[in-house]
Design a protein around this ligand. Structure first.
Ligand SMILES: Nc1nc2c(ncn2[C@@H]2O[C@H](COP(=O)(O)OP(=O)(O)OP(=O)(O)O)[C@@H](O)[C@H]2O)c(=O)[nH]1
Ligand SMILES: [Mg+2]
Length: 173
């Protein structure tokens, strides 16, 4: 299916403060089965690892842009050349959903070749949820963005998030 059996992919995690980007990195470290024992984070904001997906060896670099940083634009410029931007919001925090628009605008100018994806995190907080799945789905469908929900705490859709994006990038969906 693929012409090349080794791929190098870079994902950026973007979104408001406390939407769960660092928790996503932790969940990957804890829950994904990696090809090698290489789980030695250089920084809590950065993750390198490799995994095999549909017989392709993927070397993946996942980088978090903290939600609150004066160097936000600078960080975004560091994301030039990334393959995927994953925008995070918190399903209990409507502001975090609204602010995705701004993050998308910035990333659109900078991450020129990236595919964009959105994840709504913290779906384990059933009683505190303020954004329904259907509402967000309609919103992101209109923007033409792929969207799904996750829980870093309960390890819901963590591995799948990595793989769905790899599938999209490898197949250039
Ligand atoms: N209940 C629940 N809490 C979560 C989940 N993911 C993250 N949290 C909590 O939300 C808080 C913020 O999570 P972080 O992962 O630090 O958020 P962040 O997006 O990295 O935040 P910044 O780096 O400040 O931009 C922490 O207290 C986490 O434990 C989740 O899936 N469910
Ligand atoms: Mg963080």
């Amino acid at each position: 299916m693929y012409s090349n059996k080794t791929k190098y992919l870079k994902y950026f995690l973007l979104g408001d403060i406390a939407t769960g980007k660092s928790s996503f990195l932790t969940a990957i470290r804890e829950n994904m089965i990696l090809d090698q024992d290489q789980d030695q984070p250089i920084s809590s904001l950065l993750l390198f690892y490799q995994f095999t997906y549909e017989s392709v060896k993927v070397f993946l670099n996942v980088i978090e842009i903290p939600g609150k940083t004066k160097k936000r634009t600078l960080f975004y410029h560091g994301s030039r050349g990334c393959d995927a931007c994953i925008f995070f919001y918190d399903v209990t925090n409507p502001d975090s959903l609204k602010n995705i628009n701004h993050a998308i605008l910035l990333a659109t100018d900078i991450c020129l070749n990236a595919q964009f994806f959105v994840v709504g995190n913290k779906i384990d907080l059933i009683d505190k949820r303020l954004i329904a799945f259907e509402e967000a789905k309609k919103y992101f469908d209109e923007l033409g963005l792929q969207f799904w929900e996750i829980s870093c705490k309960d390890n819901v859709m963590i591995k799948e998030t990595i793989e769905i994006i790899a599938f999209n990038l490898l197949n250039k969906v």
